[in-house]
Design a protein around this ligand. Structure first.
Ligand code: B12
Ligand code: SF4
Length: 544
């Protein structure tokens, strides 16, 4: 039996010093709950150190390692957490070189070789690691574990990708019990969470679309796999029994297979826990349906977020979201959600690949015109693992490989945009909030009326004051690192990236009944293979 410690880095730098930080999201990290569950199923002892709500402090980690004396430490990281991952890897090897330190999650999975070369990790896991991590804890020889990159002397060895998990119901229930619900209650943002504490839950994995700024396929594969409605309800019961009262559904496209989504809602209604939930991760506008929204409302859903991104159809098409996800469809989606009495949140992006000042004005006007309850603007950033990042990297247009600079709300200019300078971007980010919130009486009245109806008015007032004084973007400062001068360094300039492909969860041709528009998979039987990002020209892969 191995003693395993899993670490989630701090989010504090990402979610402080800018307007969007008033709705900072804090809940147990699902990737770690998932790999903890399979490792525990294999008989290993697992604990979690979740630093997400604390400023980064190497001393806290050192003390924890000395107390726990783990055999294996696993660190998860999105790109803004990558420098913390590097720092922690050096810290742990200083404390005890025999502790095995491994990494996974969106950033390491997108750049496995580079992550090893920039850190002191022993192994990097790519894609879904539910089973590969458990095998690693079991002590299976590294060459026999599919889906990892590891060091062999001076060499870095890849064992190839692993087929996506065919039946998600086979997975054990995520080990949320390793997190203390009270922590997430205390630190919840009351404008983002109505009934703290909140947890995240996934009813499905993957997406069939190919937006060029999205990295989800590096971990969750291209294709769509769903849990059974009964399993989804069972997860909600478990979370309720652990003290969680609100859920964030993190699925990429929860409402796209509407027949299945309705069945999930039926199962939730039958479970009758009183759990409330949101689709704050975003659903696609063309997947809106008023009957489904009514059912979601009955099942406890009180907010849906729409990824509108742009108010200009040509821009939507240019980055791979256009076609069915049009500006007109966005208006219809908001109307339908409001008819079902569900709050609406709109996410917009400025500085998209083809954006100009004129098209950003279209986006701001669109956000102002839509009857939304929450509005969020983000700078378009090509995160590692996205087609956008690969393209910028190949052309030598990435201005910074310092992962501390990467955030939707950072004022740093990370890429050379064809049309837009850093100053212009800052100007439009500030203008966006002024025009859509402060100088938008319809929004202010809507929010007031909503606050009176829900009793949230005092929280609204509190957050409105904070919001007023914060800048639209922040000039992120690096964390208080332990050994920045000793981090291994990798020179990205002119080097090909180690991973530009992803796995595909593909339906067998013989069993091709589709549910919606011939695009989504109904079956749970898949075969897997890989596809180069360079091949991806179309918006949706119609084999699904
Ligand atoms: C929920 C969510 C969040 C949550 C929680 C983040 C987290 N650490 O999980 C919050 C709201 C905090 C968040 C914030 C951000 N997010 Co986010 N988020 C998601 C979302 C929607 C779901 C993640 C999830 O729970 N998936 C389900 C679990 C089961 O999958 P998983 O986390 O990938 O874990 C599996 C594997 O990756 C692996 N694994 C994961 N960790 C580890 C660790 C070890 C040791 C091992 C062995 C394996 C392993 O095993 C797991 C089981 O198979 C994804 C989209 C997506 N489809 O994944 C985006 C996503 C991860 N986010 C993304 C981004 C860009 C961000 C932000 C940078 C945005 C910003 N504000 O600038 C911030 C970063 C905050 C920070 N400082 O870290 C990108 C990642 C791009 C990148 N290169 O990092 C994604 C992929 C969105 C996208 N469509 O591109 N996010
Ligand atoms: S719809 Fe686009 S942004 Fe959303 S998960 Fe799919 S590819 Fe990513």
């Amino acid at each position: 039996m191995a003693k395993v410690l899993l670490i989630n880095p701090s989010y504090v730098t990402t979610y402080s010093g800018h307007k969007a930080s008033i709705a900072s999201p804090l809940f147990p990290v699902l990737g770690l709950s998932a790999i903890a569950a399979t490792a525990m199923q294999h008989g290993h002892q697992v604990s979690v150190l979740d630093l997400c709500y604390l400023p980064y402090d190497p001393q806290t980690i050192r003390q924890h390692i000395l107390n726990e004396k783990p055999d294996i430490v696993g660190i998860t990281a999105t790109t803004p957490g990558m420098n913390q991952l590097r720092d922690i890897s050096v810290l742990i090897k200083d404390i005890a070189p025999e502790i095995r330190v491994v990494g996974g999650g969106p950033h390491p999975a997108s750049m496995p070789r580079e992550t090893l070369l920039e850190s002191m990790l022993d192994v990097v896991f790519i894609g879904e690691a539910d089973y590969s991590f458990a095998e690693y804890c079991d002590g299976i020889p590294l060459k026999d574990i599919k889906g990892i990159f590891y060091r062999d002397g001076d060499q870095i060895v890849s064992t190839g990708t692993r087929p996506p998990i065919a039946n998600l119901d086979d997975l054990p229930m995520p080990a949320w019990e390793l997190f203390d619900a009270e922590v997430y209650r205390k630190h919840a943002s009351r404008i983002y969470v109505r009934k703290a504490p909140q947890a995240s839950v996934e009813f499905s994995r993957g997406c069939v679309f190919k937006c060029d700024y999205c990295a989800s396929k590096m971990t969750m594969a291209l294709g769509y796999r769903k849990k059974s409605p009964q399993r989804c309800a069972e997860e909600i019961r478990k979370l309720y029994s652990l003290g969680f009262r609100e859920l964030l559904v993190v699925d990429d496209i929860f409402t796209s297979d509407q027949e299945w989504a309705a069945k999930v809602c039926d199962a939730i209604i039958e479970a009758n826990t009183g759990m409330i939930w949101t689709c704050s991760n975003g659903i696609r506008v063309e997947s809106s349906n008023v009957d489904l929204f009514r059912k979601m409302k009955k099942a406890g859903c009180y907010r849906v977020a729409f990824g509108f991104e742009s108010g200009n159809d040509e821009i939507l098409k240019a980055f791979g979201k256009g076609g069915k996800a049009s500006v007109a469809q966005g208006r219809e989606a908001v109307k339908q959600a409001r008819e079902a009495n569900i709050d609406t949140q709109g996410s917009f992006m400025l500085g998209l690949t083809a954006d100009t000042e004129a098209t950003m004005i279209d986006t701001i006007n669109y956000a102002r015109e839509l009857p939304l309850d929450m509005i969020r603007f983000a700078n378009t950033i090509g995160f590692p693992g996205t087609e956008m990042f690969n393209r910028y990297h190949a052309k030598g247009m990435v201005a910074s490989y310092d992962w501390d600079d990467y955030s939707f709300y950072s004022s740093k200019s990370l890429f050379t945009h064809a049309e837009l300078t850093e100053e212009v971007m800052d100007k439009y980010m500030a203008l966006a909030y002024t025009k859509t919130i402060w100088l938008n009486p319809a929004f202010v009245l809507r929010r007031l009326w909503r606050g009176i109806k829900t009793g949230d008015i005092f929280w609204d007032a509190y957050y409105a004051i904070k919001f007023a004084f914060l800048p639209a973007v922040s000039n992120r400062s690096a964390s208080n690192y332990y050994a920045r001068d000793r981090w291994p360094v990798y020179d990205y300039q002119g080097q090909a990236l180690s991973r530009t492909d992803y796995q595909i969860a593909r339906k067998p041709v013989a069993d091709n009944q589709s549910i919606v528009n011939n695009e989504y998979i109904a079956s749970s039987k898949y075969i897997a293979n890989n596809k180069s990002l360079a091949d991806n020209k179309s918006n949706a892969d119609t084999v699904y």
